[in-house]
Design a binder for this molecule. Structure first.
Ligand code: FAD
Ligand code: DHB
Length: 392
């Protein structure tokens, strides 16, 4: 087989890229380890920046998010139960975010991929990129029908943090920057109305809590938990009791308890691999960087990367220009680092750290009080939260 671009991974980065390349009439094949059902069903991100929603519209896959997405013009921060509001509309030039689950984004991407005959190969095992430092790279993989090979001009690793692509780059060609946080997030879904019409980020003496949602009847709630905790340790009663304590009285009185499902624990990590290119291999999305979920940036960053990369590849194929592909890593990383900073900062501001002393706690409280009282501080928060401009 031959294609101009081989994309490894059919998550958000891989599928957005496939659509962008189709728009630029670049021939691509997507290779995915898992089944389509598995990729679609994964419950992960929930907040889309305006630029992500705008891109969905431009690609002709924005009808459902426009209809069903929940547009939020602000968010609430709570400190030991005492809440204040950050108004994006007022502070960030009328910007907003849209609450729409990653699984819904994947459904929209996949349905349009079928209609546009975008070639996605699911359940491709042992995907192996080769010849990355030559002008003739290739990818091989196995299926129940045997071993296959795709010759291509470029390979894009969109295969997430645990994928195969990043490991193909020699160690001495990469710098890894990493911070592992000493706690995780326990996330649940429940078929109950959300406790607030917008998100609530709560810093509490006992640890962080986040109230989010998927619809007017489905809530998505998170609790900071220990990395030693297992999902089985958290009964529904234990979850609701702890959530009510941390989110504070005002919102606790509006929490509807119910059976929880999709209960899972995710570790928190900051991670950047630089550069995001080696030879004919580009990395995009979680394959190149991870943010702790506090800033809701992971999926949006993946989208921002592939916008830059698609433009670079379009410049290469349309005009023979190498400027875009040579500049891809620097351009993408410029935005990645800003999102890393914001996600790291908000995580530090809102979580309980194991060895925190009274001074550390007072620093958090003082910074939150400053946010509350200063329009300039709230503007900086709002501008980052709704999403910085794309570095196209
Ligand atoms: P992924 O979504 O990881 O997609 C990579 C794809 O590559 C997958 O489909 C995978 O199966 C495939 N793949 C992996 N290895 C191979 C291989 N060897 N060969 C072929 N295919 C392969 N972000 C937020 O903003 N908010 C959140 O609440 C949030 N929660 C999260 C919870 C969890 C448990 C995780 C893991 C992530 C969460 N994120 C969240 C981050 C967000 O979901 C990711 O940033 C986003 O999915 C990144 O998209 P991606 O396409 O780069 O990577
Ligand atoms: C959601 C997840 C996040 O990490 C976040 O910061 C906000 C909302 C969510 O899943 O809805």
């Amino acid at each position: 087989m031959h294609a101009q671009v081989a994309i490894i991974g059919a998550g958000p980065a891989g599928m957005f890229l496939a659509h962008l390349l189709r728009e630029a009439a670049i021939d691509a094949v997507v290779l995915e380890l898992r089944s389509r059902e598995y990729v679609t069903a994964r419950v992960r991100a929930g907040v889309l920046e305006q630029t992500t929603v705008d891109l969905m519209r431009r690609l002709g896959i924005g009808a459902r998010v426009a209809r069903e997405g929940l547009v939020h013009a602000g968010t609430t921060l709570a400190v030991d139960g005492d809440a204040f509001h950050v108004d994006f509309a007022e502070l960030a030039n009328g910007a907003s975010i849209t609450v729409y689950g990653q699984s819904e984004v994947m459904k929209d991407l996949n349905q349009a991929a079928d209609e546009r005959h975008i070639h996605v190969i699911y359940e491709a095992c042992d995907v192996r990129p080769d010849g990355l430092d030559t002008d003739a790279p290739s990818v091989t993989w196995n299926s129940p029908h045997g071993t296959h090979r795709l010759d291509c001009d470029f390979i894009v690793g969109c295969d997430g943090f645990h994928g195969v692509s990043r490991g193909c780059i020699p160690c001495d060609a990469l710098t890894i920057f990493e911070r592992i946080f000493p706690f995780g997030w326990l996330g649940v879904l429940a078929e109950v109305p959300p406790c607030n019409h917008e998100l609530v980020y709560a810093n509490h003496e006992r640890g962080f809590a986040l109230a989010s949602m998927r619809s007017a009847t489905r809530s998505r709630y998170y609790l900071q938990c220990s990395l030693q905790d297992r999902v089985e340790d958290w009964s529904d009663d234990a979850f609701w009791n702890e959530f009510a304590l941390r989110i504070g009285e005002t919102f606790a009185s509006r929490v509807t308890r119910g059976v929880t499902f999709e209960k899972s624990i995710a570790p928190l990590r900051s991670f950047v691999c630089a550069p995001m290119r080696w030879g004919r291999l580009f990395l995009a999305g979680d394959a190149a960087h991870i943010v702790p979920p506090t800033g809701a940036k992971g999926l949006n960053l993946a989208v921002a990367d592939v916008v830059v990369l698609a433009k670079a590849l379009a410049g290469f194929y349309a005009a023979g220009s190498r400027d875009g592909i040579d500049g891809y890593s620097d351009r993408a990383l410029a935005r990645v680092w800003k999102a890393e900073r914001f996600s790291w900062w908000l995580t530090n501001l809102t979580h309980r750290f194991p060895h925190m002393d009274g001074f550390d706690r007072q620093m958090q409280l003082a910074e939150l009080a400053y946010l509350r009282s200063s329009r300039a501080a709230r503007s900086a928060f709002a501008e980052n939260y709704v999403g910085l401009p794309l570095e196209e």
